[in-house]
Design a protein around this ligand. Sequence first.
Ligand SMILES: *[C@@H]1O[C@H](CO)[C@@H](O)[C@H](O)[C@H]1NC(C)=O
Length: 267
Amino acid sequence: MAAFSSSTVISILVFSLMHGAFMGLSASNLYQNFDITWGDSRGKMLHNGELLTLSLDKVSGSGFQSKISYLFGKIDMQLKLVPGNSAGTVTAYYLSSQGPMHDEIDFEFLGNLSGEPYIVHTNVYTQGKGEREQQFYLWFDPTADFHTYSMLWNPQTIVFSVDSTPIREFKNMESIGVPFPKNQPMKLYSSLWNADQWATRGGLVKTDWTQAPFTASYRNFNANPWLSQKLDAASEEKLKWIQRKYMIYNYCTDAKRFPQGFPPECQ
Ligand SMILES: *[C@@H]1O[C@H](CO)[C@@H](O)[C@H](O)[C@H]1NC(C)=O
C-alpha cells in the first residue's frame, strides 16, 4: 500500500467511478433498461432479464422502450427475427426523440414467406423529416440465430451496422445545410406489428394468421458512450462493398421520387 502515491489512488478511484457509470449505462439486464409498453402479456422478459420476446397475434402486436434517453452513443442489441412465414409482419427497432420536430434512427425488418429474404429497411429523420430510406438484403438468415444490430450516433456521424459490418452511414452534413440529430435525446424502441398492407412484396403477400403468434427475440443490450468513433478507411471500403452487393433501394438514386432534384446530402 505504501508504494501507491496519493495521485495513483485518486486515479484508481476516478477510474472505478467512471467504470461504474459506464457499467450502469451498458448493463445487459433487460429489466433495468426497458419497459414493455404495449401489447399486454405479448411482450415478455425471461431468464432473469436476459431475454425479451415480443409477439403478434390477430388482436395486437407488442413493444418495449428504454427507460432512459440517450444523447449519442453506440447502441447494440442482438435480435432473432420472426421465423417461418413472417410475411406481413414488421419488427421495428429504432431510436427516436419526441414531438413533431423529432429525430429518429430507424431499422425495420420486413418479414417474408418461409425461405424468402427479409428486407432491412433503414431511415434517418431529422427535425421531423425522413424520406431517406435505404433497404438491404442480409447475407444470412436472420431468423436462425441472434445477430447484432447497432446504431452508432455521435456528433460527426450515424452508422448502421449488422454484426459489426457497417451497412449505412449518414454523416453530419450541416455544412451544406442538412440538419443533423444532435440536440434531442432519443429513447430506444422496438415493436412487432402487422403491416401487411405494404411490408411484403409491397403488400401483395398478406399475414397468414394461422401461423400466429409471431415472435421476435432480443438479448445482450449495450449502450456505450462512444463520442468520437468514426469509420476507418477499411470500414469505408467494406461499407461500399456491402452497399454494392446487398442494397436494394436507395432514395438517393430514385430520380422519379425527386423530380425537382435530389436532397443535398445525396450529392
Ligand atoms: C420477399 O421475397 C420476394 C421474392 O423473393 C422478394 O422480391 C422480396 O424483396 C422479399 N422481401 C420482402 C420484404 O418483400
